[in-house]
Design a protein. Structure first.
Length: 305
């Protein structure tokens, strides 16, 4: 049953701080994925994350007496979002083995931009405005600058990783649009949606492991285990539950405007933790992309009566 209370248009200071903290956690996730590659191949790491996170979330839902699986009428939607989610994370994790995190996080967070374009054609009440078009143009210019940026530490096949992260952002957007178009009016809780994304992504990622990483080397040291704990417990479980808790209390358009901080944090952390070079053109592109994300998600507050 939906909460009868209407979400608020005004964020208290405590909620704003929590949102900034969530963006910091999500920005750090890309660094964590890169670090986990020292002990696990990328697709296996993604599969382990989905498996562990689905077990933790399933246990939480069982303990709180909430259903994890969708009913027979809606299970096809669960499989669909799980397949999109699994394919997204296959590209997301695999792409980090080719390119720098500072680049990957920018291309991944093109997601709000793909959502804005897709919503214009798929959702009748979510059309592109002049402000959104300006945001899209700024972000596209920023992506061109990031793609053109060069540093001495880039691998030979960095552009493959860039394309994979862009594909991951596109699939993330496709998942969001699918949920908005086909699932919001169903008797499906956000807990079931998240569980389906995690649970039904496991076969997709498992097939990816068998096809692309047979006999891969595995080193379960403290770094690898620590990064997996961060990705599953902190990101996939705690941060998503906090996000959904806020979605039920505040307008999603206002919350989404904060997502421009995530690529900023991701780039900063990649330089501080991984020591990746951060050329000027990368910073210029990042600023344009972050500004575009903000403009695309810029909330329109209602006038006081």
């Amino acid at each position: 049953m939906r909460n009868a209370e209407q979400p608020s248009y005004h964020l208290p200071l405590s909620a704003s701080f929590l949102l900034v903290a969530l963006c910091l956690v999500w920005g750090g996730n890309m660094v964590s994925i890169k670090l986990s590659l020292y002990g696990l191949p990328p697709i296996l790491s993604a599969a382990a994350r989905s498996l562990a996170a689905s077990l933790i979330l399933g246990a939480y839902l069982y303990a709180t007496k909430r259903p994890a699986f969708m009913d027979a009428e809606n299970v096809i939607h669960g499989v669909a979002v799980g397949a999109l989610f699994g394919t997204e994370f296959l590209f997301l994790y695999w792409g980090t083995s080719f390119t720098d995190v500072s680049r990957a996080v920018v291309f991944l967070y093109t997601q709000p931009l793909w959502v804005a374009v897709g919503a214009h054609y798929l959702l009748p009440n979510d059309r592109l405005s002049r402000v959104k078009v300006v945001g899209l143009a700024a972000a596209f210019t920023g992506l061109v600058l990031v793609f053109q940026s060069r540093s001495g530490g880039l691998q030979r096949w960095y552009w493959v990783g860039d394309l994979m992260e862009t594909a991951a952002g596109f699939l993330w957007a496709a998942t969001s649009l699918y949920i908005k178009k086909y699932m919001l009016d169903k008797n499906i809780s956000h807990y079931q949606t998240l569980f389906s994304q995690l649970f039904y992504s496991i076969p997709i990622l498992g097939v990816g492991v068998l096809l692309f990483e047979p006999g891969a080397r595995i080193v379960l040291d403290r770094l690898t285990i620590g990064t997996l704990v961060y990705q599953t417990v902190i990101v996939a479980f705690l941060s998503y539950l906090l996000w959904f808790w806020m979605v039920h209390r505040y307008q999603i358009s206002i919350l989404s405007a904060f997502t421009f901080l995530t690529p900023l944090f991701g780039v900063l952390l990649s330089g501080l933790i991984l020591g990746e070079p951060l050329p000027l053109m990368l910073w210029l592109g990042l600023i344009l992309v972050a500004s575009g994300i903000y403009l695309v998600n810029k909330p329109s507050l209602p006038r006081d009566a």
